[in-house]
Write a protein that binds this ligand. Structure first.
Ligand SMILES: [Cu+2]
Length: 471
């Protein structure tokens, strides 16, 4: 017990009332987890050291492990000069601890602290990260190193594997550019149901790009390789912790057996040779190590991989130069991992909510802005949920970009994407292709303000968000 706690406890006798006694005793009890937000330096490679804000002196922060259904107490200490928010991404928790100003979560004051208490659920690979606005400050919000994995362990043991690794994809040293090369469109074609008859040809505003990349805190070639042995099954937990871009990942000669998306087991686990993952998303996949050598697990684009987005996978007793082999045409498609779609009965039809997203080029010059259903944020009288009702959100992407759309505090089921019906894929973030559409369903069973937004920081900050409320 430190001096401060001691002072609190002696104060008890003065208060007297038993409810206050319990509250103060809880306040004085040590937390299960302490997160300290403070400046850190990250040595991405010997000659590349960056300054950012991290958790507990690191970026990424520690892998937090919690048990499903067992309440936790987390103390967040903010040693910076600005208010902070820690969002527990993918958890079904109350608005006042979810970590979003928009939902009314009290921030962690500058040079202050805040105690969070919640019951972690559901089991699976979740993550935690800052949720402040950044606007034009590229040293704030999710441009910083405030992110980490949060694993909620199930009550029963998960599948078998020999080794597990946590791989958070990141970009660093963001800058504004009017010259963004978007590579999302290399992926499979889809019906462009939302493509306007007449395209907006006004010049695009400045967007954000990264100069350096890493997996966890190391650029490709720096740090330790992932050491494996032939015959091992390695479970990879992949997170795109970027504030900026969708990413792909390949490992020459190996396949990723997808078992969960956003931490939730998929109905049809199966292998694929290349991952595609938007900011905020997680993929759990195991890899059978059956091709001895020294390989680069990395981004398929040469410039991105060479700027750091990769890690070496080294089999035991192999000492050659790490090899990269360009992967074939990507085939990523969420519906590969879904179940056959069932036709809902007319009586069980969910309530329809249409959301159309538009980009206004240089709408907040020199930056773009975004509208939802033709209107600016917050939309809080527009999207009113009735508790217990099943909703079908039709997400209409009327922009020339793919957007990772995230719903707080709820899981949704993808029922249609790329023009294909599917079922059983539960997620909290979905990448809706450019001029394409995704349909997702969820049950309104988490009363409280609920934020919905694009997980690309600049898009969110410039209007790509909506607030759902319960009636
Ligand atoms: Cu976006």
């Amino acid at each position: 017990m430190n001096r401060r706690d001691f002072v609190k406890v002696t104060g008890l006798g003065v208060v007297g009332a038993s409810a206050a006694r319990i509250a103060i005793a809880q306040e004085a009890a040590p937390p299960d987890v302490t997160l300290r937000i403070a400046p850190v330096t990250v040595e991405l490679a010997g000659n590349r050291v960056i300054s950012t804000i991290g958790y507990n002196g690191m970026s990424p922060g520690p892998v937090l492990k919690m048990k499903e259904g067992v309440p936790v107490t987390i103390d967040v200490i903010n040693e910076t000069d600005v208010p902070e928010q820690v969002h527990w991404h993918g958890l079904l928790i109350a608005s006042d601890v979810d970590g979003s100003d928009e939902e009314g979560t009290p921030p962690v004051p500058p040079h202050g602290r805040r105690r969070y208490r919640f019951t972690p659920a559901p089991a699976g690979t979740r993550w935690y990260h800052t949720h402040t606005m950044a606007m034009t400050d590229l040293h704030r919000g999710s441009y910083t190193g405030q992110f980490g994995f949060l694993v909620i362990e199930p009550k029963s043991a998960p599948g078998n594997y020999d080794q597990e690794v946590f791989l958070a994809l990141r970009d660093w040293e963001p800058f504004f550019t009017g010259d963004l090369v978007d590579t999302d469109d290399q992926f499979q074609r889809w019906p462009q149901t939302e493509r306007p008859a007449v395209l907006d040809t006004r010049p695009n505003g400045l967007e954000v790009s990264g100069a350096l990349y890493s997996i966890n805190d190391k650029a490709l070639g720096a740090g330790e390789p992932i050491r494996v042995q032939q015959g091992q099954r390695v479970l990879m937990h992949v997170l795109n912790a970027s504030a900026i871009e969708n990413r792909a990942l390949a490992l020459p000669g190996h396949e990723f057996h997808i078992v969960a998306l956003d931490g939730n087991p998929v109905p049809t686990p199966r292998p694929i040779d290349q991952l595609f993952i938007g900011p905020g998303e997680r993929i759990d996949a195991y890899v059978e190590m059956n091709r001895p050598g020294v390989w680069i697990l990395g981004a398929p684009e040469d410039d991105v991989r060479n700027a750091g987005l990769g890690v070496v996978v080294e089999y035991a007793n192999q000492q050659k130069q790490a090899q990269w082999i360009a992967p074939g045409k990507p085939s990523w498609d969420y519906t590969l991992f879904g179940a056959a779609a069932a036709q809902p009965s007319a009586a069980a039809m969910p309530e329809l909510v249409d959301m159309a997203f538009e980009k206004i080029p240089r709408g907040e010059a020199p930056f773009n802005s975004f509208l939802v259903n033709g209107k600016p944020y917050p939309h809080d009288r527009e999207f009113v949920l009735k508790q217990g009702t099943r909703y079908r959100l039709v997400l209409r992407n009327r922009t020339d970009d793919a957007h990772p759309l995230h719903l707080h505090r709820h899981l949704f089921e993808i029922t249609e994407i790329y023009g294909k019906a599917t079922a059983g894929i539960l997620k909290d973030t979905v990448v809706v292709p450019s001029y394409g559409r995704a349909t997702v369903e969820f049950t309104a069973d988490q009363p409280g303000l609920t934020l919905f937004h694009c997980h690309i920081q600049q898009h969110m900050d410039f209007g790509f968000k909506a607030l759902f409320r319960y009636s």
